[in-house]
Design a protein around this ligand. Structure first.
Ligand SMILES: [Zn+2]
Ligand SMILES: [Zn+2]
Length: 163
């Protein structure tokens, strides 16, 4: 007896208009037990999540693999891809969309921040600060709801290499 869902097999299609609802706070956990999703992660998936938690910018799967190699012996790039997919499904990672960049991911729990992209090496680093007085830029009669800022330039490593 085959019962198939009508969702097909392609999780790659992502709706930009309807982000997944975040209902974590709606279900208080009186015993302080860990979030259900993290409890179902394998040791490797937790290790890969830790690489993201230590990073100071969104990472490509390749970068995760390179950064995690020492702590995650025997983990191949395919495992990293699978783990990232799983961590996006469980809401622990989110995709960061930056033009001219490979798909990158960061911890979904990160507070509001912005990014600096090195135009030479492609590295993307987090900027924790937010510029003041953005309201001054908003056209008259408009209402500002959200913003995202990407600065472009040369990173410290590329600056040092060219010095
Ligand atoms: Zn650079
Ligand atoms: Zn901001």
């Amino acid at each position: 007896m085959h019962v198939r869902s009508n969702s097909g097999g392609g999780p790659a299609e992502k709706s930009r208009l309807s982000p997944p609802p975040v209902a974590r706070e709606a279900r208080p956990s009186p015993l302080g037990e860990p979030h259900v999703a993290s409890a179902t992660l394998t040791t490797r998936q937790r290790g890969i999540l830790e690489v993201f938690q230590k990073a100071n910018g969104p990472l490509t799967p390749q970068e995760v693999w390179e950064l995690g190699r020492a702590d995650l012996p025997g983990v191949g790039l395919a495992t990293v891809y699978r783990a990232i997919r799983k961590l996006v499904e469980t809401g622990q990672l989110r995709q960061v969309e930056i033009a001219d960049s490979l798909p990158r991911y960061e911890c979904a729990a990160k507070p509001h921040h912005h990014h600096f992209r090195c135009v030479q090496c492609g590295r993307i680093v987090e900027i924790p600060k937010c510029p003041p007085r953005l309201d001054d830029l908003v056209p008259r009669g408009f209402k500002l709801l959200d913003h995202s800022i990407i600065l472009y330039g040369l990173c410290d490593q590329c600056m040092a290499a060219s010095a």
